[in-house]
Design a protein around this ligand. Structure first.
Ligand SMILES: NC(=O)c1ccc[n+]([C@@H]2O[C@H](COP(=O)([O-])OP(=O)(O)OC[C@H]3O[C@@H](n4cnc5c(N)ncnc54)[C@H](OP(=O)(O)O)[C@@H]3O)[C@@H](O)[C@H]2O)c1
Length: 410
């Protein structure tokens, strides 16, 4: 039932983006993340769970047959992050959106269609949600209801992208960050270190190539991905461990990994400066941030991070705002279809047992109830009887299926 759908989410709408890191599941690898999510699911007796973490939100979508309240929300996030500050717990209702049923569905549709994004119309969100869904499906965290709800959200988002101009003049967090980098007048021969080689830095590399920055060195946990990006730019590639011994200097650094702790710590930064006292451009697009606070405070840095891109994002919003109204109109249709889709699915599941049940009645009639009478029949009469019963069996299966389909039509 749609009323069982719940969302607990922290987004750029109510919080400083760095704060979102407090609500993210901290893990060093996917096995750890899986184990933490499984524990959360068990602890809070969630029937299904989908976890989405992006640069402007963290979302826990789940199925549970109970109402959400402040106590549930605070316990939930204390379990996600036992170090959550007391002041945050006290203000949890002002920070976390706790959404249920129709309201949760509406929010999910808005997110998928990227009208709830910091950069309205950015398409990355749909890809990120698909990956998150695929992960939760493979890990058996989500089930049938989340599948139906999620598929509807994807259809709705596609319809919005196809029927509005929300995605025109595409921009993303990465393109806005690169715009800021260009504003800093970095010369084309400047040396740029890319730390991380995921989707974000791969996209950043495309922008760097477009703007003719080729003096690039890529560091990543797994070397192959670093090599791929480096090759596209004609640069060099190293493992992340090798960053500590890198002494060839740099002018700008673009850090973006999935690490949930800062990886550019003071000592490391000091080493890679290799004695340089000049100001560096440091772009940190990770949530939580990958560059430690003391690095930003103690060294001469032109620091560009997501929170600082808000103003640029707002300017972008002005162009797309008119499309939000159209998008909302489209999304309402998808939302209205949801209860009947769920009903249809429940009937389908209930009907699954009908064929078996009818077959069992037929077999019981032949082999138990009328067994003696059947035994008195000659072969051809028995064959005819069995044919008639099989015919009836097939016809009977169709009757409740048809009735169920008609019932579930809106
Ligand atoms: N995608 C976007 O549109 C977007 C935009 C802005 C910001 N962000 C933020 O950027 C960060 C990365 O996102 P993404 O989409 O680029 O991720 P991604 O495609 O999943 O790639 C993750 C990258 O981080 C590395 N990594 C993961 N865990 C690590 C750890 N514990 N220590 C060191 N390296 C680690 C991975 O290395 P391996 O290759 O070795 O796995 C990979 O290079 C996230 O915080 C996200 O919120 C994303």
């Amino acid at each position: 039932m749609l009323s069982h759908l719940k969302i607990l989410t922290v987004t750029h709408k109510r919080t400083n983006l760095n704060e979102i890191g407090n609500f993210v599941i901290k893990s060093n690898n996917s096995d750890e993340l899986k184990a933490r999510l499984e524990k959360l699911k068990e602890q809070f007796e969630l029937d299904e769970l989908l976890y989405v973490s992006t640069c402007n939100r963290v979302m826990y979508m789940f199925i549970i047959d109970r109402e959400l309240d402040s106590t549930f929300t605070s316990h939930f996030f204390q379990s996600v992050n036992p170090d959550l500050p007391l002041s945050t717990i006290e203000n949890i209702d002002d920070i976390v959106f706790a959404l249920q049923g129709e309201e949760a569905m509406e929010h999910l549709l808005d997110v998928a269609a990227s009208i709830d994004s910091l950069v309205i119309g950015e398409r990355q969100i749909l890809g990120q949600m698909r990956e998150a869904y695929e992960q939760s499906r493979q890990w058996n965290l989500s089930g049938d209801l989340i599948r139906i709800i999620f598929q509807q959200a994807v259809q709705a988002a596609k319809s919005v992208y196809a029927n509005t101009r929300i995605g025109d003049k595409p921009v993303s967090i990465v393109s806005l960050a690169i715009q800021k980098l260009l504003n800093s007048n970095l010369p084309k021969e400047a040396k740029i270190l890319l730390v991380g080689a995921g989707q974000t830095n791969a996209l950043a590399a495309k922008f760097l190539a477009k703007h003719n920055y080729h003096n690039v060195v890529v560091f990543n946990r797994s070397l192959d991905k670093a090599q791929k990006i480096a090759k596209s730019l004609g640069g060099e590639a190293f493992t992340l461990e090798e960053l500590a011994s890198y002494r060839d200097g740099f002018d700008a650094m673009l850090v973006c990994t999935g690490a949930t702790e800062a990886i550019i710590q003071r000592d490391l930064y000091q080493k890679i400066l290799a004695g340089s006292k000049e100001e560096k451009v440091v772009i940190d697009l990770a949530i939580p941030n990958n560059v430690a606070d003391d690095v930003v405070q103690e060294f001469p840095i032109n620091y560009i991070e997501i929170e600082g891109l808000r103003q640029l994002a707002k300017e972008n919003l002005a162009f797309r705002e008119q499309e939000i109204v159209k998008a909302k109109r489209l999304l309402v249709q998808f939302q209205e279809e949801m209860p009947s889709l769920i009903q249809q699915r429940r009937l389908e599941l209930a009907m699954r047992q009908v064929p078996e049940a009818i077959k069992a009645v037929k077999n019981k009639a032949l082999n138990e109830v009328f067994q003696k009478e059947v035994e008195t029949l000659d072969d051809s009469t028995r064959e005819l009887l069995e044919k008639m019963l099989t015919y009836m069996e097939k016809k009977c299966i169709g009757i409740p299926m048809k009735a169920a389909r008609e019932l579930s039509l809106p």
